[in-house]
Write a protein that binds this ligand. Structure first.
Ligand code: FAD
Length: 534
């Protein structure tokens, strides 16, 4: 056993050195004692994927983030120790071997992470290791917000904003030269390292449990430096920031019309508190700027809002056992779900979005609205939980609280109740991309279709389809559902579910069949309304 005492900082999310209170607490503890050494760790836990779905794109993002984290730690004269194994098996060994006295980390609200932490605590207690956790993944401690509302979930965004406006946000913590480790605080090799000097080194990409053949283009590389650069680039567009209105951004522009900071917040490569203060500084210099919920600050507050709601209970990502979620009798259909998840619904706008998600790992918020509505109450009548699982795997920014919260919203299961406002899988995309450039990019088989047909290729005659080199049903799928019929049926189903929820009638399911393998009738003309969106 090592004679000197070790302090561990455990990186989980929060893959950054800037504004990282748990890391700074660990550094402070070490610097106060000349006999202490610092060991920043990351655990590559083989059991993690039992709880959290990970696409290859997401593994690559994580890998890139770890590489940058290690580089940044080296500027502080320390490094990242990558531990391979489960926390419950590795910590008892590490606590003893490294003579650990203190471990700091960022708090996490996800139930599976909390179960893991409860076990770690048992081990820590046995080994007399003090644990210190810090709420730095969000601007506000979600438990504090919840407590400030008498432990009641805040269901309305405006009430949330009014409540948190009264909470003082501490400045972001700077990491400076004074946090650099002196030689005396560098740990010696432990027995495992003596046997294998590289045992705690970063993994190679191919060590990660991923299928490299499914990697898409590296459009949003992971890492703290990438995050800070991206943030600064966004913040330099001051006019754009002050005029930002989310509903006016485009779901189907080829280049993103919003910041794409979400993957960096999700992995904690970027501190939301730092962004908040920088944003505030810019807004304070401008007399006129947009306001929540549509402003950029408003977007950050949506993140906080869902965190505060999710902190209230462990079943936030489920329908059953979730107090705030309306119980809607969704149906399960693997074939329809697969068609949706792989961009083969026959609706080019929906398919383009799902293909962008699968290849690039990020889609615009309103694009998420469109596909989430389509899967659930709009068209396919499949549970939001299924959609949530697909997003969890494919989104670089997948986040337990935000994913579940937004899925509940879109499926009108919680927070939002105007289920009769349904997105059209045809008209919605046309508003911002009438020529269909976005569809042409992600569904290239349709690229020769003129704009007249690009959103509704089934309307072209077979002769025209051949001329456009893409026959519907052969080169591109027939539509799996007739939206005009499905949305009416589903509005009826939603009404019944709401009535049951409100205690007005018994449960009962209509027997109509809407899913089609063959198109049988002409689409009706329908009125399209967009939901009140954030
Ligand atoms: P910007 O518009 O630039 O906003 C800045 C930041 O504000 C974002 O990075 C994000 O952290 C936060 N934010 C913006 N909109 C929301 C929102 N509606 N809810 C919560 N936070 C928001 N976001 C995730 O980060 N992870 C998810 O798993 C996730 N799942 C979603 C599932 C569905 C069905 C829907 C409709 C939305 C989901 N969102 C999720 C919210 C939102 O779509 C993304 O945060 C946003 O599109 C990210 O892009 P951006 O960084 O360019 O956002």
């Amino acid at each position: 056993m090592e004679k000197r005492k070790s302090v561990i900082h455990w990186f989980r999310k929060g893959l950054r050195i800037h504004d990282n209170p748990a890391l700074i607490a660990a550094i402070d503890a070490v610097q106060k004692n000349k006999d202490y050494v610092l060991r920043p760790i990351y655990i590559l836990d083989p059991e993690w994927t039992q709880f959290w779905r990970m696409s290859a794109n997401k593994w690559r993002f994580l890998h890139q983030s770890l590489v940058q984290l290690d580089e940044n730690l080296k500027t502080l004269n320390t490094r990242l120790y990558v531990i391979r194994g489960t926390p419950k098996e590795e910590f008892p060994r590490l606590f003893k071997e490294w003579n650990v006295t203190l471990m700091t980390f960022e708090a996490e609200i996800e139930p599976f992470n909390q179960r893991r932490d409860a076990l770690v605590k048992v081990n820590a207690d046995k080994c007399n290791v003090k644990l210190e956790e810090f709420h730095s993944h969000t601007i506000y401690n979600p438990y504090y917000v919840l407590q400030s509302n008498n432990n009641e979930v805040i269901m309305r965004y405006q009430s949330f904003v009014s409540l948190v406006e009264r909470i003082n946000v501490q400045p972001a913590l700077e990491i400076t030269d004074k946090h650099k480790m002196k030689l005396e605080h560098r740990p010696p090799k432990d027995t495992k390292e003596k046997a294998n000097a590289s045992c705690y080194d970063l993994p190679e990409l191919n060590e990660l449990p991923m299928d490299e053949s499914t990697l898409g283009p590296n459009k949003f590389p992971g890492g703290e430096n990438e995050a800070l650069d991206r943030m600064e680039k966004m913040l330099s567009r001051k006019e754009w920031i002050c005029d930002f209105e989310k509903p006016k951004t485009s779901p189907n522009s080829i280049e993103p019309s919003t910041t794409v900071l979400s993957p960096y917040f999700s992995f904690g490569c970027l501190s939301s508190r730092l962004f908040y203060h920088k944003l505030k500084a810019i807004l304070s210099k401008k007399e006129k700027h947009t306001q929540p919920p549509v402003s950029l600050m408003g977007q950050l507050m949506w993140r906080e809002f869902y965190y505060a709601a999710a902190a209230a209970g462990p079943n936030f990502d489920k329908m059953v056992g979730n107090k705030i979620c309306r119980q809607i009798p969704w149906k399960f259909d693997q074939e329809l779900l697969d068609a949706w998840a792989h961009g083969k619904t026959g609706y080019p706008f929906i398919d383009a979005i799902m293909r962008q998600l699968r290849t690039e790992g990020w889609i615009h918020h309103l694009a998420r609205h469109a596909v989430a509505c389509f899967l659930t109450r709009g068209d396919l009548w499949i549970s939001w939980e299924q959609g949530q699982h697909v997003f969890e795997e494919l989104l670089l920014d997948a986040d337990w609280a935000l994913n579940a919260g937004n899925w509940m919203w879109l499926s009108a299961s919680a927070f939002f109740y105007q289920y009769f406002r349904v997105y059209s899988p045809v008209a919605f995309g046309k508003k911002t991309d009438p020529f269909g450039n976005y569809i042409r990019k992600y569904c290239p088989e349709l690229k020769e279709y003129p704009s007249q047909f690009i959103y509704e290729p089934w309307k072209a005659t077979v002769g025209e389809q051949r001329r456009f080199h893409c026959e519907i049903g052969k080169d591109y799928p027939k539509r799996i559902v007739i939206h005009e019929v499905a949305q009416d049926l589903n509005k009826g189903r939603m009404k019944r579910a709401y009535d049951v929820h409100n205690g007005r009638r018994d449960e009962g399911e209509p027997s109509e069949k809407v899913f089609v393998k063959e198109e049988t009738h002409k689409p009706l003309k329908i009125e399209i309304k967009q939901e009140d969106s954030d």
